[in-house]
Write a protein that binds this ligand. Structure first.
Ligand code: ADP
Ligand code: MG
Length: 257
């Protein structure tokens, strides 16, 4: 039974997509069966695993709005063991189209229930907002993994995210837990990075992963080649650390309920 992990933080540019793609690809490299779910209208996770958005006929939009079964939308990625539910710009309208529909918060959950058995991990790449798409993701998930960028005001806005998580726990998914907090884009040359690490650890304590993602040029380049770092440049520091992270995630246990 697959463990479903939402990669969420309503701030843009903190490393959600990079982490969803690369954690997913590293788990797949470690021989886990992985499904990546792209629920961001920008579709960066989709192109990041080698799927050309122009060739996508059905995407997550058709699942959420038209009740198309997930199995009809799942596509193979460029990485062995890694499948994807793609997103295209069509998804941009979904947030508004879903508002008047019945059970609008549990549409993704219902859909993923039909394919959960086929995977060890399902990783959802959330958009940079706390709207219905993120609510659907949190409602579907066993846990939420929060990427936090090592920069000034790293913790700013996280109370809104934690508040949303609490609301989802109260009303839609009482078993939702925090998988972990991932520090991203660390620039080891600055003292600022070290300060942020301490600040985040004070707040989230043992929820913070030992693996800290460095700022790494190769990680930034890989998406334009439609590849995760583990195939684009397996010897890079970025690949090493995402592989360490995948092992930490595996050690924290598979599905708990
Ligand atoms: P989000 O999904 O939270 O908006 P992204 O994962 O898309 O964030 O990252 C924002 C930008 O930063 C992207 O261009 C991405 O390639 C780049 N990036 C992310 N993580 C790293 C990293 N560790 N090193 C270098 N560039 C990175
Ligand atoms: Mg993103």
């Amino acid at each position: 039974m697959g463990k479903i992990i939402a990669m969420a933080n309503q701030k843009g540019g903190v490393g959600k997509t990079t982490s969803a793609v690369n954690l997913g690809a590293c788990l797949a490299y470690l021989e886990k069966k992985v499904l990546l779910v792209d629920i961001d209208p920008q579709g960066n996770a989709t192109s990041g695993v080698g799927v050309n958005k122009a060739d996508v006929s059905q995407c997550i939009y058709n699942i959420l709005v038209e009740d198309v079964p997930a199995k009809d939308v799942i596509t193979q990625s460029s990485v062995p063991n890694l499948d994807i539910i793609p997103a295209t710009i069509q998804l941009a309208g979904a947030e508004i189209e879903l508002v008047p529909t019945i059970s609008r918060e549990i549409r993704l959950k219902k859909s993923l229930e039909m394919v959960k058995e086929d995977y060890d991990y399902i990783i959802i790449d959330c958009p940079p907002s706390l709207g219905l798409l993120t609510i659907n993701s949190l409602t579907s998930s066993d846990t939420v993994l929060i990427p936090v960028q090592c920069e000034y005001y790293a913790l700013e806005g996280l109370s809104q995210l934690l508040n949303t998580i609490r609301l989802v726990q109260k009303h839609l998914n009482k078993d939702l837990m925090i998988e972990g907090v991932l520090l991203t884009m660390l620039d080891a040359r600055t003292n600022l990075g070290i300060q942020v690490i301490e600040e985040v650890k004070k707040y989230f304590q043992d929820k913070v992963y030992k693996s800290i993602i460095p700022r790494n040029v190769r990680l930034g380049e890989a998406p334009s080649h439609g590849q995760p770092i583990i195939t684009y440049d397996p010897k890079s520091r970025g690949a090493e650390v995402y592989l360490e992270l995948a092992k930490e995630v595996m050690a924290s246990g598979e599905r708990v309920r």
